[in-house]
Design a protein around this ligand. Structure first.
Ligand code: ADP
Ligand code: MG
Length: 356
């Protein structure tokens, strides 16, 4: 219990440090009178407007640096995007569309909404591209480990062996005409935890842009999306966390502009049993958390959803395959290894700098 509390406090700390390392500290607290006034004008203001919420199992922090003044209603609309995605896509919510698909595994196809269909389709494509390093049917395994819940524990080898057989993206049957999803085998389970946060950041990005936001930072845990540049003179300087479970520090930083920087790592969620640490990125072939020398991976792309799935996949692949994949795809990505050495393919203009 104390351990859990510590972990969540620690997480809050990480987020705030990461953001303060990126931005000025000027903040706006507006009165309701001011808000009413602002609803009538679309004047762009450059004071920071900032809100936080908890969704998709993560602290979500949004800072608008150049935007029309946001009313409470605008913020509600922004956060409703997240709660709506979570309500339909979470495998942990019994009434979600994903849970409906899972309950009907081996029984029948389930009709889902357009975006649930499309995200599963994209997840399956990434599984194909990554030879199953990223596999959205990882649910059979993640529901055994239950990492991040009160019931997290090391499953028995027998349970793991049985669950591995139920992880196979080829057995997700998608009907493009009816928007139905069918899991061919009983016991299969979709878990979009490695991609849904990225998707939701893309959706919020599009919404904020449609509202006239021209400079902003979206911090969805390891998923950072920046809108525009920091100011006329400079792009955003984004920091990547050092893979250290005990304390926060910035490992490296680089410039980004109007794009997503998504990081995955074995330090995000974990638990300890009998002196061994188990984390939340699972190798679909062994059933265990990865342990291959890659501690963290970051990917820069326009699509946060794509970057999210790739970052998870790179951690699973191991060094050789990950580098091969990055090069083959021409990805801008970074890998951080157990000995704290690193590899990256970021463009020179990003000014990638290791912090000390
Ligand atoms: P985070 O959610 O901490 O940002 P990731 O994007 O790497 O980290 O996602 C980890 C989540 O993805 C896990 O909690 C689990 O739900 C899911 N997952 C774990 N292993 C895999 C895998 N091999 N393929 C696809 N999804 C995975
Ligand atoms: Mg991911």
């Amino acid at each position: 219990m104390i351990n859990k509390l510590f972990k969540s406090l620690f997480f809050v700390f990480i987020i705030s440090v990461l953001l303060t390392s990126c931005v000025d500290k000027k903040e706006v607290t507006s009165t309701s009178e001011e808000k009413n006034k602002s609803q009538q004008s679309e004047e762009i203001i450059s004071e920071i407007q900032q809100r936080e919420t908890f969704a998709l199992n993560t602290i979500i922090k949004i800072q608008l640096h150049e935007a029309p003044e946001f009313s409470d209603q605008d913020w509600e609309q922004t956060f409703a995007i997240l709660s709506d995605i979570e309500a339909r896509m979470s495998a942990h919510i019994d009434t979600s569309e994903v849970s409906e698909i899972n309950k009907n595994a081996g029984i029948q196809a389930v009709k889902v909404s357009d975006d649930v269909f499309n995200i599963i389709k994209r997840a399956k494509e990434v599984a194909e591209e990554t030879d199953g390093a990223f596999d959205p049917t990882i649910g059979a395994l993640t529901k055994l480990w239950q990492i991040g819940t009160e019931d997290e524990h090391v499953p028995s080898q027998k349970e793991l062996d049985q669950a591995i057989k139920k992880v196979d993206y080829n057995k997700i049957i998608l009907d493009e005409k009816t928007y139905e999803v069918f899991l061919e085998e009983d016991g299969m389970s979709i878990d979009l935890g490695g991609i849904a946060k990225g998707y939701s950041a893309d959706e919020v990005f599009a919404f904020l842009k449609s509202k006239g936001v021209t400079r902003a930072i979206l911090d969805f845990g390891g998923n950072i999306v920046v809108i525009g540049a920091k100011d006329e003179a400079s792009d955003w300087r984004v920091g990547v966390r050092k893979p250290d479970r005990m304390q926060f520090s910035v490992f490296a930083s680089f410039y980004a502009n109007d794009e997503a920087v998504v990081s995955s790592g074995d330090y995000e969620r974990f638990f300890e049993e009998d002196g061994v640490i188990y984390h939340h990125i699972i190798n679909p072939f062994t059933g265990y958390p990865t342990d291959n020398g890659i501690r963290g991976a970051s990917v820069i792309l326009k699509s946060s959803m794509q970057a999210d799935a790739y970052a998870t996949a790179l951690i699973v692949m191991g060094k050789e395959k990950a580098i091969d994949f990055i090069q083959k795809k021409g990805l801008e990505a970074a890998l951080i290894y157990s000995d704290m050495s690193s590899f990256h393919t970021f463009e020179d203009e990003r000014d990638f700098r290791l912090e000390k």
